[in-house]
Design a protein. Sequence first.
Lengths: 193, 379
Amino acid sequence: MQCLSRLPGIGEKTATRLAFHLVRAPDSEAQELAKALHEVVDTIRLCSVCLNLTQLDPCETCSDARRERTLICVVASPSDVVAIDRAGGFRGTFHVLHGLLSPLEGIGPDDLRIAELVRRLKTDAAGASIVEEVIVATNASVEGEATAMYIARVLKPLGVSVTRIASGIPVGGELEYTDQATIARALAGRVTL
Amino acid sequence: MLVRALKFTGFRNLAPSSLEPGPRFNVFAGNNGQGKTNLLEALYAVCTLRSFRSSRLRDLINIDGEQAYVGARVDRGGLERRYELTINARSRIVRLDNKAVRPIAKYFGDFNVVLFAPEDLLVAKGSPGERRRFLDRAVFTLKPSFLAVAQDFEKVLKSRNVVLRDEQLSSSSKEEMLDVYDQQLASLSAQILWARINYLKNVQERFAGAFESITRSGLPASLSYEATGEVLGVEQFPELPSQQETEASYLAALASSRRADLRRGATNVGPHRDVLRFQLAGQLAGNFASQGQLRAMILAWKTAEMDLLAEVHEDPPALLLDDVSSELDPKRNEYLFDFLRGRKNQCFISTTHPKFVLLSEDRRDFRVENGHIEESSSL
């Protein structure tokens, strides 16, 4: 139970329910779960290029020839890669930072995978960078913005274009129910029609 | 805006109970330590989701209990809404009309209270930090979105200070990170400065007028605000440059104080170091004014705050008056109650004796004893 309740999103009650379920269920169910956990731990590692979770190295995305290597989308975590890929439309590659800058929690630039990103820009294939644009797709929170600004500062001298995803009214969202901070941001980031 | 009903369980020393206050003056009388202030605190907490006596909500839980609950039914323009706050040791649950509220800013705005507590009376002479908190509380009541800006500011300020003190960081990443936090801090500082100055501009005339009506001394009271980093001049409320210009001034000020900040390990420029001053005849009130004049200033501020809120929200806020009468002399008391009679606010007044409350009409009296509240016949 204590093992289970250490998992994110699972409290004491859910942990108890899960533990009792596994004890009561047929042996095969618990064994399948154990096997799956074992496999995950043994086979999943970080892609040497984009640092996303993968079973193959380089990962499927990085070795996909149809993806544009001139474009890198920088995200905080592997789940953000899934979210962006699910949306479709993005045909570039990714780079996973594994966190956001947060001095209050003791997370500085060296704890993030920024050095690897810089390396990717400096030497791609034949030693010259083919990357033209880096899109920073971190959360629109204080930490996400700080991380984006930091990355922009580090990458700009390398002569690559650094962009930030837009933030504002969600698609299909109603203006009248949107909070004030979001509306203010949306107005500041308006575009010419 | 009217609080139609208030219900609480497990809150400080108050016995579980519900209360249906009257639309105008509700007077809670009792000896010290019986629970009068706790009752006002419960109402303040369900409205603002914070306490005016403690920085931790869990302090509001009864010593023998594990959970505190306050619910309020609030009528605004004929529409009744239900505000609820449940406090556990490690969390708080906030509900509006039986539904979770996201983002939390949606909870605020329609249900407003103005608190007037004895501690406030000393603010004009208190530390600069107390005066900033006093001002920020007023700004927040008028403009709830100020809360998010203030919280982000706190976070970025703390982050910058951690970076300033960090000895592990290489000096180049330190400078890069400070550049980032300077930029964020400059933008948030400009927003805070704007909100404060706009508030002061709106309140100052009412404040000066109220002070003159209270004292009738011909000595004018005024407010002044001094921003650190030479972002503003020292004169009273100059026209603010645009928000972008203010931001640029902060950015320049932060850059030029960086060396000193690194030595001290703290950020020396920004609204967290600004000074709000209460002045009497152009002199600093803290050094110059009498005790009575200092109290009259805060009384004037509070009445101005209430009027401003009523005007902007087109609806008078509820007033929580915590045993203030015993701290004011008879003349000031008379002014306060005359003022209240002339307005429409619903009032919750705590006092050690009902006779201190110079009101006879529209009044309901309650007796508070050992955490129990009972309606009593007037006087």
